[in-house]
Design a protein around this ligand. Structure first.
Ligand SMILES: [Zn+2]
Length: 456
């Protein structure tokens, strides 16, 4: 009908990202070039060759993706965002000494404003490094939710529950965690999910762990817990409870497809069988494990057995940066080195860890982790026009994967889109004031150190 049928059949979309190398991370792991992604509202509505997608769209906003890789947004599945306030203060200490001498005394001084500024700083840093969704464990969930609302990201937040052997404290913390869930779950247009975060088997009595598991089952909540991080933790658990931390978690009902066990460095065959049988997710936090000399989890083996392993930065107090792509390179190279097998943890599997597996671990695989119509428009553009990405032979898909895993860092992230909204463009936040966030976090950190008596 009419004189311009082609124009009349154009689909109105809000955003068209056009001409890039699409690493879709879909079931076939297709790489499309030149490719385009069309977005309407918060969702992807078309993915394919630019020649097909562009002709059918009338976009409100267009981003040129030539000389860029377009990837699903990165997912960081373990961290403590407010701990950015103690960045650089944990050096050369064991986990136990760092927790008791620096982390807990310092963070105990943090007021609401401090916690908010700490989370905001970390969220900004993650955003600039291409992290569009993250898991976080710490008290002050409403503050974290507000910070996530401000940055535009997604997060699965959990109040970090500990009782240190005190039943009344445990009960109060569990109630605080449930209050935070009632108050904040679904916050920021659904971008905030709230679950439960019992800290570990060494800070929670089994009764509290079981109570957390029961509440999570009752309300279908996501769970995060540290487990088998150090040899000392495993030995003490065996001495106190007669079983490993993973066995204790299983006995308390904590394992399952909606649970992330962070670390899992020191696990035996029994532990592995329990994790596999329950489809529990594992967060590999390689930089933190190295810095605190905890050990190196054999994650290539976990992945080959079928465990869902994602990557976590852990808190910025023990990493000390939130550069997930830098950690990914570290993770892959170390698996090759400890196994003395260069085929270990190949690039495609590594990329899966920070996209598809991360989304699955957060319980959001239906919405995140790949570039496909119907999924949320969470994606990043990586700028290839740089010496360290040259030469490129991207007609070979292995070359694009290798460049992403072993050449790229967070500094190469040019553009970040979450739920269809452009949050970072040309390496700069669109809506946030970096200088102001940094200044406020600096002031909060000074206050904490002074109050904890760590300024000498
Ligand atoms: Zn942690």
């Amino acid at each position: 009908m009419g004189e311009q049928p082609a124009a009349q059949s154009l689909r109105a979309v809000d955003l068209l990202i056009s001409g890039g190398y699409l690493a879709t991370q879909d079931d076939q792991r297709r790489v499309i070039y030149p490719g385009s992604v069309a977005v309407a509202g918060s969702k992807i509505v078309a993915v394919g060759p630019s020649s097909a997608v562009d002709l059918g769209c009338a976009p409100r906003q267009r981003l040129d993706a030539h000389e860029h890789v377009v990837l699903p947004g990165l997912v960081n599945i373990h961290g403590h965002a407010s701990n950015s306030l103690i960045r650089g203060l944990g050096g050369d200490r064991s986990l136990h000494d760092w927790l008791h001498q620096v982390c807990w005394p310092c963070m105990a001084q943090a007021g609401d404003e401090d916690l908010y500024q700490g989370v905001l700083l970390s969220a900004l840093e993650m955003l600039l490094n291409g992290v569009t969704a993250f898991a976080d464990m710490w008290p002050g969930v409403p503050l974290s939710a507000s910070a996530v609302a401000a940055t535009g990201q997604r997060a699965v937040l959990a109040h970090n529950i500990k009782d240190f052997g005190d039943a009344r404290r445990g009960e109060a913390e569990l109630q605080a965690a449930l209050d935070a869930w009632r108050q904040c779950d679904g916050h920021a247009d659904g971008r905030v999910v709230v679950g439960l975060g019992p800290h570990s088997v060494y800070t929670c009595r089994p009764e509290l762990l079981a109570a957390c598991a029961a509440e999570a089952a009752r309300h279908n909540l996501h769970l995060q817990i540290h487990g088998s991080e150090t040899r000392q933790e495993v030995e003490e658990c065996r001495a106190q409870h007669g079983c490993s931390p993973i066995e204790l978690m299983a006995a308390c009902g904590l394992l399952g497809a909606r649970t992330i066990v962070a670390h899992a460095v020191h696990v035996n065959q029994t532990d592995l069988t329990l994790l596999l049988g329950s489809r529990t997710n594992v967060s590999h936090n390689i930089a933190s494990n190295l810095k605190l000399a905890s050990g190196i989890a054999p994650v290539d083996r976990y992945l080959q057995l079928g465990l869902c392993v994602g990557l976590g930065t852990d808190g910025p107090g023990s990493n000390d940066s939130l550069n997930l792509l830098a950690d990914l390179k570290l993770a892959t190279l170390l698996q090759k080195a400890i196994s003395q097998d260069a085929t270990c943890l190949p690039a495609q599997t590594a990329l899966d860890m920070v996209t598809r597996h991360g989304a699955q671990a957060l319980g959001l695989a239906e919405h995140l982790g790949s570039l496909e119509p119907g999924k949320q428009a969470d994606l990043i553009l990586i700028d290839l026009d740089q010496p360290h990405f040259t030469p490129r032979h991207f007609d070979r898909p292995d070359n694009i994967l290798s460049h992403l895993v072993t050449c790229a860092t967070g500094a190469d992230v040019d553009t970040v889109v979450v739920a269809g909204r452009v949050l970072v463009r040309h390496g700069q936040p669109v809506h946030l004031d970096c200088a102001d966030i940094q200044a406020r976090a600096q002031a909060s950190s000074r206050r904490l150190l002074q109050a904890a008596g760590l300024l000498g």
